[in-house]
Every structure is written in C-alpha cells, then in structure tokens.
Design a binder for this molecule. Structure first.
Ligand SMILES: Cc1ncc(COP(=O)(O)O)c(C=O)c1O
Length: 470
C-alpha cells in the first residue's frame, strides 16, 4: 500500500465531493482503480479516510455516496459556566513538549524518542503475537498480568544487594504509563490539601498531576548532585510532608544522577521522617556513561515507591509502566487505579512483556546507549560552538535531555517564538519549576528526529539568544 497515492486520491475525491450533491454516488472501486492507476488496497484506504472524515458513506451492495453535510449551528455553552463554577486552581497550560510540529522543523522539544531509537522490529512482532494469543480476549487481573508483575519485580530485585529483601511480584501494580501512576500515588498517599515535596526543577507532568490531585507542592532545590539532604530534612519538618517525589537517575530536565552516597543520605532522611520517597525511574533504559541504580533497591521497609515505565523505551504506543510499593501504600494505590481505569489492556501488557523478554531487547539497549551518546555529544559540541551563551551545567550520564542556563534577563517566550519562526522548536524551562523559575533555562531533547540537523539547530538558537540580549 502506498500512502502517498492514497493521499493523492483523497485530495482529488475531496474536490469532487465538494462540488457534488449530497447523496451523489461515487464511481465504483474498479473505476477508481483504473482512473487513478492505483491498487484496490490503495483506493480502499482512500475511501476509508473519506469515511472517517464524514464525507462519504458506503451502503454494502449498493455503492458509496456523498454524505449530506449538516449545517453547524453556533453552540452556546454558557450554561456550563454556572454549572462548573470557578476551578479550584486555573487549569495549567498544555506542555510545549506535547506539541506536534511540522516534519521539517528541527525539534528539541518532545519528550518521546524518535522512531529510529525504538525497537521497531521487536514491537511489531510482539504486537502480532499478542493479537494471536489469549491476551487479545481476556481481562487481566487489576494489578496486572502475573508474568509482567514478575518481570518488573525481578528487574528491581536484580539490583537489590544481599541483606535486603527483593520485591515480590505481588508488590507490583501495572499501569497504563507512569503518568497515571503519579496521579494515583499523589492522591492515594498524600491527598487533597496535603503537602508533597518535589525537587525543583522537576518533571512538568508531575507538577500537573500534583495540581490535579489537589496536593500542595513544596519545592526542594535540586542541582547536579540531587537535593541537599539537610535542606530536604528541613522541608519535611517545616511542611509536615510525608511524601517526596524525585528522579534520582537522569532527572528530567536536568539530567542529574545522585551519587551512591547521596542515595543513602536521602533514604536516611526519608526513613527518619517516617516518609515515602516516590522514585520516578523514567529513564531506566537510557543510561549512557553510567548505569541507573534505583534507590528502591536499597529499601525493603516500604519507604520507596518505585515507578518504572516502558513507554519511552519500548514504544509510546505500548503504554505500560509499573509501580512497586509495599504494605498498605500498595493497596491504596491499587484502589485508586481500580477507580481510575480498573485494569490495563492485556494486549499491551502481553506485547510489552514479549519485547522485554526477547534476546533482541538487550541488543537493542546496547545499541541505544551508543546512539544516545553520539546524539548527546553532537548536541553538546554544537551548542558549545554555535550557542556558547547557553551554559550546560552538566553533561548528563544518561537520559534524553540537556538543560542549559541562558544569560540573565533572557526573554524566554520571545526566544522560543524566534527559534520557532526560524524552524527550531525548543522548550522554555519555566514549565519544569513548581514555583518561580530560578532563572532562564531551556531544555533540549536530543532523542528527536534528524540529529544531522543539530549543528544548524544550535546555530539558530545561538543567533536567537544573541538577538534576545540586543
Ligand atoms: C520524569 C517523567 N516521569 C514520567 C513520565 C511519563 O511517562 P509515561 O506516562 O509515558 O510512562 C515522563 C514523560 O515524559 C517523565 O519525563
């Protein structure tokens, strides 16, 4: 099937439909095949697109017809203003990282890796096998497929040192992506009006999930080595919080990885305060020059609630992640998940498990490490050469992002607009601060499309920063 010729047929037929009367009959598939010199599959695909657009309808055995277009009446939703009343907090704007942009743009904004970094062959084969198996028709248990629970538990157990009890498969709750896990954890373990400590800067989606859960975020400054344990202890005391959300490995956005000593210090503080550490290990598969060591591997007393996602490394379409929690905390999270979505599609769970248990998965991860390394290094070199005003505080040992500080007084909104006008999409750093930003930053993701364009992208960013300060 050829997508281009299908789009060409769609474009022609749209024109034809626009001047045809409602109810007019389209030529038969056979005549369309002859007219457009295309295969029946391509013509069928074009007709499906037009059906989905609501422009035509097919009547089996009779033919395909132009649909009557109903005139759209302007809607008045004013009554909803009264019914909904004011929101408790204004809805945060959509993150710039979730924008879809033109194909030819040089994009540094998106959080999900480009297709060429995904194990495409493994994913396609896994989906096909899952579709043929029982998973396509059965409802999995609420906490997840037992085999997948085991896989997540064993992965964390493999880095658990002797003397610490590894997690059980029954400690695992499978999630449709870790974003939904954040919402559940914040609601179930803190709750509306309660304080939640959060590294600053931190993942915008965690800030959003906290806002939706109605928890009160208390920012804890975090740098290239992670948060200062004394500062963290003070924040626990002053706020009365019992929950600390953090990313000890390759934090989004800074790329910071905590040292072994810092991991122990933070865990000591969390234990001493009778609190939970919510460890978001989103970049577990994205180590470059180091390996991620979960803080959760040192804990067997239920203080660490561990989130591990496969959506970025397996495929954004296989939204599967897991939370590993012990004790009543796990039950509370599971209850929230049940209310929210009951269970995760068995098809997706089976496909995810298939991918990560193939021998090709390890081979893929090794090659991914090299690809990320050369992308990261190319972007660092390009920025140093063409945009030296963007100061990279630390070259991350893993993850997908560079975090750069810009000269004081930089107008970030203007900068992102100017870059976009010149075909380069960047994310202004303000979205990653739970309170006021500590300065003007940008986050540049090096896992997007077309790394060959990084030098050109850096040149444009450099020019726009220059113009911004003029
Ligand atoms: C730190 C962090 N946590 C969680 C997520 C959500 O990931 P997903 O819901 O795809 O598992 C992201 C996605 O960007 C992230 O950067």
């Amino acid at each position: 099937m050829n997508n281009d010729s299908s789009s060409r047929i769609v474009a022609h037929l749209k024109k034809w439909i626009s001047s045809a009367a409602p109810g007019a009959k389209l030529p038969s598939t056979r005549s369309l095949v002859a007219e457009y010199q295309a295969s029946p599959v391509t013509v069928q695909k074009a007709l499906q697109t037009l059906t989905a657009l609501g422009l035509i309808e097919s009547r089996p055995g009779v033919g395909t017809f132009v649909r009557a277009v109903r005139s759209a009446r302007p809607s008045d939703y004013g009554w909803q203003t009264a019914a909904l009343r004011s929101p408790l907090a204004p809805p945060p704007p959509a993150s710039s990282t979730m924008r879809n942009v033109a194909n030819d743009a040089i994009s540094f904004h998106s959080g999900y890796p480009d297709r060429e970094l995904l194990p495409e062959r493994l994913v396609r084969a896994a989906i096909a096998r899952a579709a043929r198996g029982d998973a396509a028709l059965f409802r999995p248990p609420a906490a997840g497929m037992p085999e997948l629970q085991s896989w997540f538990a064993h992965e964390l157990g493999a880095s658990t040192p002797a003397g610490t009890t590894p997690p059980n498969p029954s400690d695992v709750v499978v999630l449709p992506g870790s974003q939904s896990g954040l919402s559940s954890i914040f609601s179930a373990l803190a709750g509306r009006g309660q304080p939640l400590l959060m590294e600053s800067p931190s993942y915008w989606g965690a800030i959003l999930a906290a806002a939706q859960a109605g928890v009160r975020v208390v920012p804890v400054p975090s740098g290239p080595d992670g948060p200062d344990p004394a500062e963290l202890a003070r924040a626990f005391e002053e706020s009365g919080a019992r929950l600390f959300y953090a990313q000890p490995n390759y934090a989004n956005p800074t790329g910071a990885q905590w040292s072994a000593e810092r991991r122990e210090q933070v865990l000591d503080v969390v234990r001493a305060k009778g609190a939970f550490l919510v460890e978001d290990d989103w970049a577990h598969d994205f180590g470059i020059t180091s390996n991620p060591v979960p803080v959760a591997s040192r804990d067997d007393s239920g203080h660490v609630v561990y989130l591990r996602s496969l959506t970025k490394s397996v495929s954004p379409s296989i939204r599967v992640a897991a939370v590993i929690a012990r004790g009543p905390a796990r039950e509370r999270i599971l209850a929230d998940r049940a209310a929210e979505s009951m269970y995760v599609s068995g098809l997706l769970q089976a496909a995810a498990l298939d991918v990560v248990t193939q021998p090709g998965w390890q081979t893929h991860l090794r090659s991914l490490r090299h690809q990320l390394e050369s992308r990261r290094d190319l972007l660092v070199t390009s920025l140093r050469q063409h945009a030296p005003q963007a100061h990279i505080e630390q070259v991350p040992k893993g993850g997908l992002n560079l975090w750069a500080r810009l000269p004081d007084g930089t107008d970030l909104e203007r900068l992102t607009r100017d870059c976009e006008a010149a075909g380069v999409i960047i994310a202004g750093g303000n979205e990653w601060f739970p309170a006021e930003p500590a300065g003007p930053f940008i986050r540049l993701n090096y896992s997007g499309t077309n790394p060959g364009a990084f030098p050109e992208g850096a040149r444009i960013i450099g020019q726009c920063i220059e113009r911004n300060g003029a």
